[in-house]
Design a protein around this ligand. Structure first.
Ligand SMILES: [Zn+2]
Length: 124
């Protein structure tokens, strides 16, 4: 079982068309270890909010990246992408959210879709 966190995104649900609170499960910056503030697991973040993680000086810092791009598409050194499982709280549809992360921070939601249309460039 792997550790994970949650990203909260306001967006249009492609299933019901409503503007809804979508919650995506992410493996970025997740670990059952932690610091004095607690484990890096099962925490909830907004876009733009830096995730709790070891500092840059720590050897474990680089482990924050847990993206699931199939091919090693060129990304910046401190950037990664993840296609995350999500669902709509209004209609309960199963969705995916593609989120861009930089420096341990979810910066942008690039795409919202139905889970059945999971983009092929990301592992499930
Ligand atoms: Zn919906």
């Amino acid at each position: 079982m792997s550790a994970y966190n949650w990203i909260q995104v306001r967006g249009h649900c492609p299933s019901c068309g409503g503007f809804a609170d979508l919650v995506a499960q992410t493996h970025m910056a997740s670990d059952y270890d932690g610091d004095e503030g607690g484990r890096f697991h099962d925490r909830s973040y907004q876009l733009g909010e830096r995730m709790n993680w070891w500092g840059r000086g720590d050897l474990r810092y680089g482990r924050w990246k847990e993206g699931n791009l199939v091919r090693s598409i060129k990304v910046e050194d401190d950037e990664d992408y993840e296609c995350c499982y999500s669902s709509c709280r209004v209609c309960q549809a199963s969705l995916y959210l593609v989120i861009c992360f930089k420096d341990c921070c979810p910066v942008k939601c690039l795409e919202i879709g139905k889970e059945e249309n999971w983009p092929s460039q990301y592992y499930k």
